[in-house]
Each structure stands twice: as structure tokens, then as C-alpha cells.
Design a protein around this ligand. Structure first.
Ligand SMILES: [Zn+2]
Length: 186
């Protein structure tokens, strides 16, 4: 296993549409191991493969709270098969947009079809944080970021800030301390 660097905006790779995984083989398994190591180290509760520069439709997640045992979840080739009409608003953050949080409104519940780590087809119905996190990460593999769901004015401000930091050659990796991990959706 190896920890990988997390891509930060305005890295254009974050806008790529990731390709489906053809077969859940040893290379995908190794990718998943690296993703978990990177995600736990960040720390974040979710990660899409493209966030470490791999344009494949793979998502890792662990929504266990600090004092709970780890609960790693893997979603390969995830697809939203149903979304509730009812919406929910949640303050989101993203490991690729460090230290920026904004409220995003999305369907309150979703059903998602995916392959598990063994390549077996699964479907889950999610609500609450799991529904938000799944939608956030599925956005990532489609090249969409959570700031695409907020006002253009706010989005332009965030992009400007990160573009400036990039020009100055600053590493924008955040030094997380007090904020709750729930914010860092991934
Ligand atoms: Zn994210």
C-alpha cells in the first residue's frame, strides 16, 4: 500500500469523466488499498480514484465515527438508479478543495447500483450522510465538483483563490485540526 497525493483544484484532471472498471482484478484491489490509505491519512470519509489521478470509477468510503470501529466501503462502477424527490441540505467539503465548506442541496435519498470489492453486483438505498457522500463521490467520477452546485459567484471566488495559490506555488493541502470529519466528504 502507498499513500498518494490528492489532486487539488484547479487541477484539470478533476474534470475528467472516469472510465468504468472492466474487471475487478489485482490492480483494482491495489488501487483500493492505496485509496483507503490516502483517505484515512487525509483524513476524509470518502475518496474517488480520480482524486489521486486515476480516472476509474472506484470510490472508497468510511462513515464510522472516531470512536467506532472502521467500516470501509467500496463502490465500483456506481450508478444512481433512483433519487428521492425530497431534498436535503448539507454542508459539504472536499479533499480536493481544502478548507472550503458550503451548503449543497441534493436528493435526500438515493438507490445506488455498484460492484463490491469481490466484483459482485449490489444495490443499496442510502439516506443522510451516506446519500450525500455517495452523490458527492459519484459526481467526482463524472468530473463534477460540489462547488458546481453552489452559486457561480461563490464558485468563481473559490476558483480564483486556488488559482492564485497555485501560481504562488503554494501547497494548498490543508492542516486539518478542529473541524469535524463529516465536513470533509472527500
Ligand atoms: Zn470531493
Amino acid at each position: 500500500m502507498a499513500k498518494r497525493d490528492i489532486l487539488i483544484i484547479p487541477d484539470t484532471r478533476l474534470r475528467l469523466k472516469s472510465a468504468p472498471v472492466a474487471a475487478v482484478d489485482a490492480s483494482v484491489s491495489a488501487l483500493i488499498d492505496d485509496m483507503f490509505e490516502t483517505m484515512y491519512d487525509a483524513p476524509g470519509i470518502g475518496l474517488a480514484a480520480i482524486q489521486i489521478g486515476v480516472p476509474q470509477r472506484v470510490i472508497t468510503m468510511d462513515l464510522a465515527k472516531k470512536d467506532e470501529p472502521k467500516k470501509p466501503q467500496v463502490f465500483i462502477n456506481p450508478e444512481i438508479s433512483w433519487a428521492a424527490e425530497e431534498k436535503a441540505t448539507y454542508e459539504e467539503g472536499c479533499l480536493s478543495i481544502p478548507e472550503y465548506y458550503e451548503e449543497v442541496t441534493r436528493p435526500k435519498a438515493v438507490k445506488v447500483k455498484f460492484l463490491d470489492r469481490d466484483g459482485k453486483a449490489q444495490e443499496i438505498e442510502a439516506e443522510g450522510l451516506l446519500a450525500t457522500c455517495l452523490q458527492h463521490e459519484i459526481d467526482h467520477i463524472n468530473g463534477v465538483l460540489f462547488i458546481d452546485h453552489i452559486s457561480k459567484l461563490k464558485r468563481d471566488m473559490v476558483m480564483k483563490k486556488f488559482k492564485k495559490a497555485q501560481k504562488r506555488g503554494e501547497t494548498t493541502r490543508a492542516a486539518y485540526t478542529e473541524d469535524t470529519p463529516e465536513h470533509r466528504i472527500g
